[in-house]
Design a protein. Sequence first.
Length: 302
Amino acid sequence: MAQIYDRVALIGLGLIASSLAHAMRRDGLAGEIIGTARSVETRDTARQLGFCDAITETSAEAVKDADLVVLCVPIGVMGAIAADIAPHLKEGCVLSDVGSTKRAVIDAVGPHLPKHVHFIPAHPMAGTEQSGPTSGFAELFENRWCLMTPMDANKEALATYRGFWEAMGSNVEEMDPDHHDLVCAVTSHAPHLIAYTMVGVADDLRRVTDNEVVKFSAGGFRDFTRIAASDPTMWRDVFLSNKDATLEILGRFTEELFALQRAIRQGDGDHLHEYFTRTRAIRRGIVESGQDTDAPNFGRGR
């Protein structure tokens, strides 16, 4: 594939950033990849792995002369980083991010950026429970959605950035940032919180049942533990930055749960069967759309 950007800067070097670097190298999308991270240990590990051409100690150094800068850090620190790098951003460069919420990112980052920078918030809906620079692999984004909330972005810059993600195998869609946050509250954020809660409950039960919850875990509970093993800092920031939408969906979830609880108590088999039939159809739709690949096992160990 043809090179799209001469120089790309990755701020943060975890799962998404390292996967971006691997994918860019595989497909020849960047002439030079520069990375940086707050932790010395992370920077040293990234140097040893060699997925970047250079690792800098500061974000300001990393973004110098970059055509594309991607913030791959927790949402809670994006505003401070944007303020730090803003004076060093090249005229005409694209600044993006990989955060799971978009309105909070826009509000935190946007005010710091000079007018000559093209701000294109994005959210690659791909990941595993692993984190850190050793966890990345080039195939992470293949047949996964990358949602963009470009606001008033330059059309040419947007088309180029869209082509960048498509070249890595992503399906790209643009949407309003508030709608994005509601969609992700349904499809990702509330399910993660439910998984965290279920594993927390099981941890209490484990003390009572002498490890039987762990010993006899079935597939459903194993899926919960996989989700609940995700990066705690990232998910703390996700819930705090998408509070309203997540609480709205959790309220709806509570209503549904109470209705099922009542059906079980009253022996209402018809209601349970109808409900499970409807939810089964949703699962079939996910499978038919090709979004059922088990991402944590796809490319594990690469």
